[in-house]
Design a protein around this ligand. Sequence first.
Ligand code: ADQ
Length: 749
Amino acid sequence: MNDHAATTQHWINVARHTPLGLLCDLDGTLVPFASSPEEARPAAEVIALIEELASLPGVTLAVVSGRPKDWLEQFFPTSNVLLVAEHGAQRRGAGAWEQMSGLDAEPLEALGLELDRLAAAHAGALVERKATTVAIHYRNVPRGHRGALLVEIYGTVDRFCETHPSFERLEGRLVVEVRPSIVNKGSAVSWVRARAGADARIVAFGDDLTDEHMFVALGGTDEAVVVRYGDARPTAARWELEGSDEVHAVLHWLLGVRQEHTPPPAVLPREVHPQAPSSGDAAHDLVVISNRLPELRHVDGEDGRKKNVGGLVSALEPALRSRGGMWLGWSGRTVPDAQPRSAGTIEEDPAEAGGVQLASFDYKESWYRSYYGGFCNSTLWPLFHSFPSRVQIKDADWQAYVDVHEAFADATTKLAGPRAMLWAHDYHLLLFARAMRRRGHAGPIGHFLHIPFPSLDIFSMLPWAADMIDAMLDYDLLGFHTPGHVANFLACASALLPAKVADEVVQHRGRSCHVSAMPIGILPDTFQEPPEASAIEEVLGLMRSLGDAALVLGVDRLDYTKGIPERLNAFGRLLERKPEWRRRVSLVQVSVPSRADVPLYAEQRAMIESIVGRINGEFGEASWVPIRYLYRSYPQAQLAQLYRAARVGYVTPLRDGMNLVAKEYVAAQDPENPGVLLLSQFAGAAVEMRDAVLTNPYHADGMARDLDRALRMPYEERKARHVRLLATVQRSNAVTWAEGFLDALAACR
Ligand code: ADQ
């Protein structure tokens, strides 16, 4: 029997079973979503279908909803249909309503008033009161405003639940609800079974997280069917349908089977993808944590926003989507220190981050100064890039670093299940696993460091060096870009702690931490996509202005680690030593603004502008500008065109974890006429990209010679090097990197 036939037979057996119990959620399951709770009403045919099913001999049918009893009763007045209202707090069996015993909803009155005040300040928000719950709906709040409202809702609701521990917060679809913790839809399962008979086989249909309680309460021969709306969140259900129309079709078919004419099924529940992890509660099974969320670029679109398709989000999106994961980070906003912290706020806006659900919280102003500007960017960034003279060390910054980890851990605890897989990113979150372990998190926790890990002598400058390594060993997996970074970390672990290092596993305090080199990749094909005419126009204009001069291209975030002054000076040295290149070559340096409010970065910018001015003043002519300096960001399609037009990709950081520009440059080349990659030996990318022309950015004369060699490289050599470089870039990409990390993390346990 093939899979389809087996599924059909399975469902025929279920449908024919007597006694049969059917539990149907209302909103999102029997009724499609509408723009207000009032408009979401079951159609007359659906009511008739439910009534007919409920009146069949051997069938017990309950509509199980979070709605109040009066709402349900208006559609299902006859007692054939059992009703479960307010998630189980109220039930109608044989005609009479009963309330679950031991419920005291009085404290909700005060919460309702607070939520009223919030709703009054946010157009579209709506507070709904029921006998035992209060809910705030934000479906009609414009997307861009939901995040701010949610911060406030969670602040209010979490404060209430802290002072009233017998209540809990519940996430529905674009609604946050508070109800007594003893109430949930799971209680409907035993209640229905008591009415249908102990040997009943029960089928439960539901779409949202509140229905998961029903699913986990089912027995071994029962069936749970999750109703999806294009999502893939983890579920305890074995089966899935898409939208309420498919639910109606299945119920019709069930009716036919029970009436003995077994029509061919138009649609049957499909098995949930076996890889989707199952979770019995509202929590996510994978949470990615980073300082910044994927950036939203502001454009003049209809709603003023559009998603950013580049960077880490494209690497992680498939993994997050398939595992129903979520991404937690800083909102990008700060709040005065006196204001209470609001953490773990769900920004449910799938369209804005490539379909990835986001959660964010605000930083206190002092955290922004001392954690972000201080310990992250003035201590760890220069230290890890081996710029000891730029390192600032302050007790207050370290304290803020510890505090922000506590805030991240608090927020994560709210979002993640107790066994969820957690993946933290970069130097902002080195202590995160420790903070989570202290909260009892039992699931796997991994970390990837995007920047280099320094040698022991540099790392030891940090007064908290041993403590930091100790905290990092609470991770199950530490990923680095290169074997050199791994070796540095292992050397620090064995020198600073009584830890046992064997191969790439560190044993310490009875735990094992795996340490591994996993170089990040890009999505190379996206740099070969044919550009839209508008994308080329600007690049063509730039190329026209260069005339016949060959293009040497630098592209970086403006950062002192990228070696931009050194690169410019070496270019000046080339023009000085090899005058034959004057008028025949131009350097275009594109620098995307970065950390502009950190003083060192402002200085760096001024220094670059002065070097550009000096070289252009010294060598420039009326018809030729040696260096064009563009202090701006470009969309990827334009960057790809610039890369392709460049004879030399001039990628010369003083130190870099990896350097994606090097890979992007290779990916964008015309294979029939490729340019040459001139790459710093101190970029992590140099480990893999041995066919680049490797150069020492600290040695201006040497770099000028290497640039000369790159510009003169014969066609055959250029092509042969490019073929090998491209194979390297294609060997692993951003998505395989992310999947590889998560597989390795799972394998650690
Ligand atoms: P970065 O220091 O930001 O990343 P890099 O790897 O080069 O360095 O990535 C920069 C990204 O920004 C590239 O994707 C590039 O296309 C883009 N970019 C640069 N200039 C731009 C411009 N003017 N306009 C638009 N886009 C621009 C950190 C580490 C690196 C590590 C990455 C990933 O410092 O060593 O490679 O993370 O792990």
